[in-house]
Design a protein. Structure first.
Length: 128
């Protein structure tokens, strides 16, 4: 996906990206090589991934999105509440808008396809 670099504190540290008109705080994994690092205001291709809070129970995940929303809500810093819809199982793929996560839930139950869920992202990472 395309993102615009708003600011960065350097490789491995906090950066702010604008994606689809919204700003996201991420861990900078895209500016390790100075020759290929985007400049402030530049648009570039980025891939997002997440470090998940694995302490959430299945019940909490399945009850965390009663309004059936899709997206990421900031919890401060690099943490987010991911809200999404289950697209498939084996692996379970959850569409959270700018991120499709495959590690938040583990099940083989076909009945969950289409269910809305929520889970906590500890750190949102961005790689170029």
């Amino acid at each position: 996906m395309r993102a615009t670099l708003v600011r960065t504190e350097g490789p491995g540290r906090e950066a702010i990206l604008k994606i689809d008109g919204l700003e996201y705080r991420v861990r900078d994994g895209f500016s390790w090589a100075a020759a290929h690092a985007p400049s402030i205001g530049a648009e570039f291709d980025v891939e997002l991934s997440a470090e998940l809070d694995d302490s959430w129970s299945r019940e909490k995940i399945f009850s965390a999105n009663p309004d059936r929303r899709i997206g990421l809500e900031s919890l401060g810093g690099l943490a987010y509440l991911a809200l999404g819809r289950i697209l498939s199982i084996d692996p379970v793929r959850v569409d959270c808008g700018i991120l499709v996560e495959e590690r938040a839930i583990h099940t083989r139950d076909l009945k969950v396809i289409g269910d809305f869920v929520g889970f906590r992202i500890e750190t949102l990472d961005a790689d170029g």
